[in-house]
Write a protein that binds this ligand. Structure first.
Ligand code: FAD
Length: 459
């Protein structure tokens, strides 16, 4: 390393997808040089790329995530709207059907932005990159580099498409944002560290995605969702995007496989808890042949539980926890983690990994509980059963009580904590709706299905 490079404080980020980009934004405030390393070429235009196959599927950004992106890159919402993204209120301009009736209309004062994943990622990348924050494209990380005593990570071993020769990229801090297939557990084990405990919850969800030409009408929602439930394991979602595109997906769980073929797709949409999606699709012109995706499992890696961990390394984004996409949480959790990284770095680098992974675990707890639910092999406790029954009542009541609908959506957008649903005012409204019965709102609460809470997602 040259004298200059030795003096310079450098951070390397493995993976230039959403988690990597947002972490890099934070790192730029603390390091002289930030290098993102990615196998892919970064497209000059907002188009899909191979390293992010999920980008071809519906991607909603929760209000909590959008707020972080906006804090990091002020003006994002306006810029994206100027490029055609669809902006609305997460309650007023969204329709969530847990039964025949949608959640009650009202203003949550949470923005819902309909934007495609390629446009969002391209925009963030363009705002981020500078002479001191760069992406090394066509470059794969093969391993972590360690100091001789193997107690500190001091870079990554990379190989690029042109040279093909492994070489060291030195760094004072390495951030693993390489997604679900992160190899950090394996790299740690090779150096005698323990791999983190992995909590894997099999869900075997099947997605079928199709896009349609549909200019959004003035009074049409940005998001329409018909979530699945244990009673009816079929769901669907539509989000209005830039370029007059309506991106839709059908989701099957418990062995249900949504079809791709257009007529079968429309027919399957009609079998959901509400015909609203099928009605929306009627007569629309498809823009593609559709694409399937299988999401086998929620996967959480408990780095915060490790008692021995090398200095100079933290793990973020899907590499830390990959959620059932139906809840639209991954990018927002990555954004919250990126802000957390900034707070941790502001307190110095001593114990950085421990502080960051513990903080990230606290961020992940709520979305994980939403996406993965209770531990499957244990009989739910009385408390858990009461909580689940209460939530079912709350969602049933939220079809005719706008305040309850707002409270529910604020939790699902990771803005409020689940405990906020147990505030006396909320509990009273739920009780009142139970006492008054379905007449108050036109939806029979006994028919209301065990809810899969929603963000921008559905399923
Ligand atoms: C079908 C589907 C739908 C989804 N929908 C939503 C949604 O609606 N809302 C939402 O918030 N989230 C959604 N997600 C999740 C979201 O895509 C991720 O949470 C988000 O992209 C953040 O992931 P990440 O950046 O950690 O990893 P990824 O997006 O997986 O990116 C990893 C990056 O690392 C690079 N890489 C990996 N290994 C290496 C290596 N060894 N060397 C160099 N480069 C490497 C890859 O090329 C890639 O660019 C969805 C996911 C799926 C699968």
């Amino acid at each position: 390393m040259s004298e200059m490079a030795r003096l310079e404080r450098r951070a390397v980020v493995i993976g230039a997808s959403m988690a990597g980009l947002l972490a890099a934004r934070t790192l730029a405030d603390h390091y002289d040089r930030v290098t993102l390393v990615d196998r892919d070429e970064m497209p000059a235009l907002p188009v899909n790329r191979g390293g992010v196959p999920q980008g071809r599927h519906v991607h909603g950004l929760l209000s909590s995530g959008l707020a972080v992106v906006e804090r990091m890159f002020p003006g994002t919402t306006d810029d994206l709207v100027a490029r055609g993204a669809q902006l609305g209120d997460a309650q007023q301009d969204a329709r969530y059907y847990f039964g025949p009736d949608p959640l009650a209309a009202g203003r949550a004062d949470l923005p819902a932005l309909g934007v495609s994943r390629p446009l969002l990622e391209w925009y963030v990348r363009r705002r981020l990159l500078s002479p001191s924050v760069t992406v090394q494209e066509h470059t794969s990380v093969l391993d972590l580099a360690f100091t001789a005593d193997e107690r500190r990570v001091d870079g990554v071993i990379v190989t690029d498409r042109d040279s093909g020769t492994p070489h060291l990229l030195p760094a004072h801090l390495v951030v693993d944002a390489s997604g679900r297939t992160s190899r950090t557990p394996e790299w740690l084990e090779r150096r005698g560290y323990l791999a983190p405990h992995e909590d894997v919850r099999r869900i075997d969800k099947r997605y079928a995605t199709r896009t349609f030409r549909h200019p959004r009408g003035a009074d049409e929602p940005v998001v329409t969702a018909v979530p699945a439930s244990p009673v009816l394991p079929r769901g669907g979602l539509a989000i209005a995007h830039e370029d007059d595109v309506l991106m839709t997906c059908l989701v099957g769980r418990d062995g249900e496989r949504p079809p791709l073929e257009l007529e079968a797709y429309r027919a399957w949409a009609r079998t959901l808890a509400s015909p609203v999606l099928a009605d929306l699709l009627d007569g629309l012109v498809p823009l593609d042949e559709g694409l399937a995706y299988r999401f086998p499992a929620n996967r959480r890696r408990h780095y915060e539980q490790l008692t021995r961990f090398p200095r100079g390394l933290v793990v973020t984004g899907d590499a830390l926890c990959a959620f059932d996409p139906v809840y639209g949480q991954g990018m927002s959790v990555a954004a919250l983690e990126a802000e957390l990284l900034g707070r941790c770095l502001a307190e110095g680098v001593t114990g950085l990994a421990r502080r960051f992974h513990e903080g990230a675990a606290a961020i992940i707890d709520t979305p994980w509980a939403i996406a993965a639910g209770p531990t499957p092999d244990r009989r739910p406790s009385l408390r858990a059963r009461l909580a689940s029954g209460y939530l079912r009542r709350l969602v049933g009541a939220a079809a005719h009580d706008r305040e309850l609908a707002t409270a529910f959506l604020r939790v699902n957008h990771l803005v409020d904590a689940p405990a906020d649903l147990q505030r006396p005012r909320v509990v009273l409204r739920v009780l009142r709706s139970v006492v008054r019965g379905p007449a108050a709102g036109g939806r029979d609460s006994d028919r209301s299905r065990s809810p899969e809470p929603v963000g921008s997602g559905s399923g």
